[in-house]
Design a binder for this molecule. Structure first.
Ligand code: URA
Length: 173
């Protein structure tokens, strides 16, 4: 599994499939632990993620770590973290459909290698990438949905959750 993921990451490092390759400092492939059946898919790297080459290391990432901690999980031991796209969009705008499309095979290959039983869809960009027809994030967050089968036997359970950047802007949530 580790070697397969490294190979995909290497391909990603050389990727020039969309114009974001021209403005990226680093690709942001993943963090956390790959063999625990639990994956969180976020949106796209921001400023600090692009600087460091790791997902969720800015303010939103710090909140995400606290959220994990509140339920006894940690990114070091329990969860693999990645994004729908691997390069930072300028000014942190939402990824464009063509950027998501160009990057999709990296995400799909990551998940095919990991074969997670549980996928947390963090925010509406991730939600729309996997479960586009179930409703908006506010209505569906915190609920379980049946997703794709990555192991060819069981369908992965998917749960949309609010994005920590949204929570930072909306305290009451
Ligand atoms: N927001 C995301 O969706 N992903 C990151 O890696 C950082 C912020």
């Amino acid at each position: 599994m580790f070697e397969e993921l490294e190979k995909v990451e290497q391909d990603c490092l050389n990727c020039k499939k969309c114009p974001l390759c021209k403005t990226r400092k680093n690709i942001v492939f993943s963090d956390g632990i790959p063999n625990n059946n639990l994956v969180l898919v976020g949106e796209a790297p921001g400023f600090w993620e692009d600087e460091k080459g790791l997902p969720f290391v800015g303010r939103a990432g710090q909140l995400l770590d606290k959220i994990f901690e509140s339920v006894g999980l940690s990114r070091k031991k329990d969860v693999y973290i990645c994004n729908t796209i691997k390069c930072r969009p300028p000014n942190n705008r939402n990824p464009l459909p063509e950027e998501k499309e160009a990057c999709r095979s990296f995400l799909d290959t990551q998940l095919e290698i990991l074969k997670p039983k549980i996928v947390l869809l963090c925010g509406s960009v991730a939600l729309n990438s996997f479960l586009p027809n179930i409703g908006g994030i506010t209505r569906v967050r915190g609920k379980w949905f049946e997703g794709k089968s990555f192991d060819g036997i069981n369908k992965a359970k998917m749960m949309p959750i609010f994005h920590p950047s949204y929570l930072l802007r909306n305290d009451s949530r």
